[in-house]
Design a protein around this ligand. Structure first.
Ligand SMILES: Nc1nc2c(c(=O)[nH]1)N[C@H]1C(S)=C(S)[C@@H](COP(=O)(O)O)O[C@H]1N2
Ligand SMILES: [Mo]
Length: 555
C-alpha cells in the first residue's frame, strides 16, 4: 500500500508566509482604530535595545550605507525610519514562517488523526508569549496591559487556528475523517499546490484590504492637521523670507548678503527639522495636564513641577543649530530653529545639589538616557530645559513636553521626552556611549555646498558669475572664514552672513567668475580661533564625520 507523504517543513514555511501578513494587517488595524500595540515594531525596538551595542551600531551603519547607495541621502532620517520598519516587518514575517514550519514538523511527528484546532491554538500562544514579553518591555502604549494582552493573544489564536486548518487541509485530514479509506488519505501534490495558491491569494487580499483600510482611516483622521511650510528643494527657487515660523524677522535679517538661490533655509521650517531616535513604533505620549517633572536624588530640594510651573520660570530663547553625530559630511541630519526653555543653572539654584553630587541622569520616556556633568552646567548658563521650538510647544517627534539643550554637543547627548531627572554621584555612560559612540560628542566643524546656482548666472563688467552657497558650522566655537576651491585653483574666501546666534550655522556665498565646463568644487571653514576644519576623512563613528564636502557641477 502506498504511504501518504505528510506536508513537510517547506509546506509549513509557505503556510507561514501566507498567514502571517494577515495577522500583521489585523494588528495594524487594531493600532489605527483602537490604539492597540503594533507588535512587530515593539518587538523590533526591543531587539535593537537589547542586542549587544556594537551589533546594533553595525546594523544601523549597514542600513544607512545601503540607503545612501540607493540615493536616499537627502531624506536620510525618514528613509532610515522606513527601512527600520521594513526590517521589523520582515523579522516578524520570518518568525511566523519559522514557527509555522516547526509546527508542521511537530505535527507530522505527533500524527494526530482528527480534525483539530487545539495544536494550532497552542502554537499561536507559544509563539506570541516571547514576542509579547519583548513588546511589553519597550512599548509606550498607554492602554491597560490586560486589554493589550487579551488582544494579542486573541490575534495569535486566530493565526493558530488558520495554521491548524491549513495543516489539516494539506494533510487531507478532512477526507480522512469522512472516509477512513487509504485512497482518500492520499492527497495529490497538485491539490496541495492548489490549496496553497488559494490560501496565498485570499491571505494577500485580506492583507491588502485590511492594511489599506487602516492606512486610509489613519490619513483621514490626521488630515485636519494644518500642513507646515516646507523647504523649497529646487535649486534656483527664490530664497524665502528671513523669518521664523511666526513670521518674525530673524535676528540677522538686516544682513545685506543674500544667500545664493538653492541654499538651505537659514531657519529650518519646523516640519523639516530632522528627527533621530531609537523608536520605530509610536511616539511617547504625555498628558500635559497631568504631567510632572520629578527631579530627585542628591539634592537639598527635590522638586515636582507641572508644565505651567516650568513655563512660569525665567526663560530664554536662542536660535540653535543641532546635528546628529551620524550626520555625514553634507548630510541632512542637521537643522536650526528657535529653542525656548529654562537655564539649568537656575534649576540647580533651586535644587541645591549635595557635596557628592556629580551629574544629572536624564531619562526619556523611551528609556533613552544620558548624563550631564554638573560642572558643565555651572560653566554654561546656556544649557537649558527646553519646552518650545519655534515659539510653540515641542512637536511630539522632537521631544514633547521637555528636552535638554547642551551647546556644542551632538544630539546624542541631549535626551528628548524627558520623563525623569536624577541627581547622581557618578557620571555614567549614556545610551549611545554604551554602544561605542563618543563620550564627549563635541561637534566637529563642518561646511557644505548646498547649491551651484546655474539658473542664477549673471553678467557684471563683462564677466559671467555663478553664485555658489551653503552653510558652515562649528557649534559655539563659531566660524571665522569659509573658503572655496574650484578644480585646481587656490582657496578663495567666501562671504558670510552673520549668524543668528552664537550657536547657529553661518550661511555663506561665493560668486564665481566661471568658465564653462564640468567643475569640482570644495569648501572648508576656519573656526573663530583659527582652528581649520579637519580635512582627513573620518566616518561618523565614533566621534562624528570629518572631511571636506565636494560637488561636481556642469556650468
Ligand atoms: N529620548 C530620546 N532622546 C533623544 C534620542 C532618542 O533616541 N531618545 N536621540 C538623540 C539623538 S541621537 C539626536 S541626534 C537628537 C535628535 O533630536 P530631533 O529628533 O529633535 O532632531 O535627539 C537625541 N535625543
Ligand atoms: Mo543623533
Amino acid at each position: 500500500m502506498e504511504t501518504r507523504r505528510e506536508p513537510g517543513i517547506l509546506w509549513g514555511a509557505l503556510v507561514g508566509l501566507c498567514i502571517t501578513p494577515p495577522l500583521m494587517a489585523l494588528l495594524f488595524i487594531g493600532q489605527v482604530l483602537a490604539g492597540l500595540p503594533f507588535l512587530p515594531f515593539d518587538m523590533f525596538d526591543w531587539v535593537g535595545r537589547n542586542l549587544p551595542g556594537p551589533l546594533v551600531t553595525f546594523g544601523i551603519d549597514t542600513i544607512v550605507n545601503t540607503l545612501i547607495s540607493f540615493g536616499f541621502g537627502g531624506t536620510l532620517d525618514s528613509a532610515a525610519k522606513t527601512s527600520e520598519r521594513t526590517l521589523a516587518i520582515l523579522m516578524f514575517l520570518g518568525i511566523g514562517i519559522v514557527a509555522s514550519g516547526l509546527f508542521f514538523v511537530l505535527m507530522n511527528r505527533i500524527r494526530r488523526p482528527q480534525r483539530d484546532y487545539i495544536p494550532g491554538i497552542v502554537a499561536g500562544v507559544i509563539t506570541a508569549l516571547p514576542l509579547m514579553a519583548m513588546g511589553f518591555a519597550v512599548s509606550l502604549n498607554t492602554m491597560t496591559p490586560i486589554v493589550r494582552f487579551a488582544w494579542l493573544v486573541l490575534a495569535f489564536v486566530g493565526w493558530g487556528v488558520a495554521l491548524s486548518w491549513a495543516y489539516n487541509s494539506l494533510n487531507g485530514a478532512d477526507e480522512k475523517v469522512k472516509a477512513d479509506a487509504p485512497a482518500a488519505a492520499t492527497v495529490a501534490p497538485l491539490d496541495r499546490r492548489r490549496f496553497l495558491i488559494s490560501l496565498g491569494g485570499s491571505a494577500a487580499a485580506i492583507t491588502v484590504v485590511g492594511a489599506g483600510l487602516a492606512e486610509f482611516l489613519k490619513t483621514s483622521s490626521t488630515a485636519q492637521e494644518a500642513p507646515l511650510p516646507r523647504t523649497p528643494d529646487t535649486p534656483g527657487t527664490a530664497v524665502a523670507a528671513l523669518k521664523d515660523g511666526q513670521g518674525n524677522a530673524l535676528p540677522n535679517a538686516s544682513d545685506p548678503l543674500v544667500a545664493a538661490p538653492g541654499t538651505r533655509l537659514e531657519y529650518t521650517p519646523l516640519a523639516d527639522h530632522y528627527r533621530i531616535d531609537i523608536l520605530s513604533s509610536s511616539l511617547p505620549e504625555f498628558d500635559e495636564a497631568t504631567f510632572k517633572l520629578n527631579i530627585s536624588g542628591s539634592v537639598a530640594n527635590e522638586v515636582s513641577w507641572t508644565m505651567d510651573e516650568i513655563r512660569a520660570m525665567p526663560s530664554r530663547s536662542d536660535f540653535i543649530t543641532m546635528s546628529c553625530i551620524s550626520n555625514r559630511v553634507g548630510g541632512s541630519l542637521i537643522s536650526t530653529t528657535k529653542w525656548t526653555g529654562v537655564s539649568f543653572q537656575k534649576i540647580l539654584d533651586i535644587l541645591k545639589p549635595g557635596a557628592s553630587a556629580r551629574a544629572l541622569r536624564i531619562t526619556g520616556a523611551d528609556s533613552f538616557d544620558e548624563y550631564v556633568d554638573l560642572d558643565l552646567i555651572r560653566q554654561d548658563e546656556r544649557i537649558m530645559l527646553i519646552y518650545a521650538f519655534d515659539d510653540k510647544p515641542l512637536p511630539q517627534r522632537n521631544g514633547f513636553p521637555l528636552r535638554i539643550h547642551i551647546p556644542n554637543h551632538y544630539g546624542m547627548k541631549q535626551p528628548k521626552w524627558i520623563s525623569k531627572i536624577e541627581v547622581v554621584d557618578e557620571l555614567g555612560d549614556g545610551y549611545w556611549v554604551r554602544r561605542g559612540w563618543s563620550r564627549e560628542a563635541i561637534v566637529r566643524a563642518t561646511s557644505v555646498i548646498d547649491t551651484v546656482a546655474v539658473n542664477a548666472i549673471y553678467e557684471k563688467d563683462g564677466k559671467k558669475f555663478v553664485p555658489i552657497g551653503g552653510m558652515a558650522w562649528a557649534g559655539t566655537r563659531g566660524i571665522k572664514e569659509v573658503q572655496v576651491k574650484i578644480d585646481g585653483s587656490e582657496w578663495v574666501t567666501a562671504d558670510l552672513r552673520t549668524r543668528m546666534s552664537d550657536r547657529a550655522w553661518n550661511i555663506w556665498r561665493y560668486d564665481w567668475p566661471y568658465t564653462a565646463g564640468i567643475h569640482t568644487m570644495m569648501v572648508r571653514c576656519i573656526e573663530t580661533d583659527g582652528t581649520p576644519q579637519i580635512e582627513d576623512v573620518e566616518d561618523v563613528r565614533p566621534d562624528g564625520a570629518t572631511g571636506l564636502h565636494m560637488v561636481q557641477e556642469t556650468v
